[in-house]
Design a protein around this ligand. Structure first.
Ligand code: TLP
Length: 349
């Protein structure tokens, strides 16, 4: 099978830029962004800040860099950071929170990504000679390891009240915050108004080749600009990255709804297949996660068999498989993917 024939459902990070994005890159006005002289970057940052209802924004290379910069800007070495135990920062960022930011991560369990305010409050250390200062709470929306689940504006608000009461900052890893907003048919500001600062990614469902944006107050972004520089993330003619970002914010957000519809179709099709366990209530945006343990096989074996049938998926845990819908995945690909899963499950059980 040729690589271009594979239906790639590993992640929405595999999306390619649209023709309009490629044209925008070609035409972008550029300059040296370390000197703040790239007009296209400046414009993207302004648009991003406005969309999120915050004062300022900063273009960074990746979601991981955005999260690390925010940790460095929001907290000081040795302080305690409360985060969700399945969060991307805790699981997938090479331990940068400890290795580089030198913070103490304090993971707590949640219900599908939504932290209970009382659990957050119980994790905040009182003033005491023995304890580190608790300075930051991190949320994630949509929540990746819980299967693209949505943390609602009210759930964020409840945590923000605890943060305010105890003087902690509240940060949102909003890599896929537009998926949450589109799924609830709400303005993204409904989510962002409760947090001090956040990041979102251009390079996932929004289809840009590179980039994420950190958004917050002027002071936070000024500090973050310095932190990005210390991490080697100061960029020069970054307008070629920013130009497709502007296209994404202006024209790619509403189409996420299509990805959600396709994910729902995929999940409902897979749910009918024997040997597979799937919790349909978790299929809220563009992710579909299911368990293959009833077949007595690992997710690795399942995904390798599936690849032979032309569908690429991700083994998320020992028995857990993840599929993500995105631009380029159409109804026909969903039908083919369901058939491929069915055929693998017949072979293996
Ligand atoms: N997530 C990737 C992988 O790293 C797992 C994916 O395919 O889902 N926050 C969240 C919630 C994310 O899902 C990701 C990427 C990031 C941060 C990091 O973004 P990048 O990959 O741009 O560093």
């Amino acid at each position: 099978m040729r690589p271009e024939e594979i239906i790639d459902l590993r992640s929405d990070t595999v999306t390619l830029p649209t023709e309009e994005m490629l044209d925008a890159i070609r035409r972008a006005e550029i300059g040296d962004d370390v000197f703040r002289e790239d007009p296209t970057v400046n414009r993207l940052e302004k648009i991003a800040a406005e969309k999120m209802g915050k004062e300022a924004a900063l273009l960074v290379t990746s979601g991981t860099q955005a999260n690390l910069v925010s940790l460095l800007s929001n907290a000081n070495r040795g302080e305690l950071v409360i985060l969700e135990s399945e969060s991307h920062i805790y699981w997938y960022e090479v331990g940068g929170i400890s290795a580089i930011a030198e913070l103490l991560p304090w993971p707590i369990k949640s219900s599908l990504g939504a932290l209970a305010p009382e659990d957050v409050e119980a994790s905040i250390r009182p003033k005491n000679i023995h304890f580190p200062r608790s300075s930051l709470i991190c949320l994630e929306n949509t929540h990746n390891r819980h299967g693209g689940t949505i943390v609602t504006p009210n759930q964020i608000k409840a945590v923000s009240e605890v943060a305010q009461k105890h003087g902690l900052k509240l940060y949102l890893d909003g890599a896929r915050i537009f998926n949450a907003a589109v799924a609830l048919n709400a303005d993204v500001k409904e989510f962002t108004k409760h947090v001090d600062n956040l990041m979102f990614c251009l390079s996932k469902g929004l289809c840009c080749p590179v980039g994420s944006l950190l958004v917050g107050t002027d002071a936070f972004i000024e500090k973050s600009r310095k932190m990005r520089k210390i991490l080697g993330g100061g960029m020069r003619q970054a307008g070629i990255i920013a130009a497709p970002g502007i296209v994404a914010l202006e024209s790619m957000v509403n189409r996420l709804e299509e990805d959600h519809r396709n994910a729902r179709r995929l999940a409902e099709g897979i749910a009918k297949i024997g040997g597979i366990q799937i919790d349909l209530s978790r299929v809220q945006t563009n992710m579909v996660c299911f368990d293959v343990s009833d077949m007595g096989i690992t997710a690795d074996l399942f995904t390798s068999k599936l690849k032979q049938k032309g569908v690429s998926a991700l083994a998320l845990a020992k028995n857990k498989v993840r599929m993500v819908t995105h631009r380029g995945i159409e109804k026909e690909h969903i039908e083919k993917s369901i058939s491929a899963v069915e055929s693998v499950s017949h072979e293996l059980s």
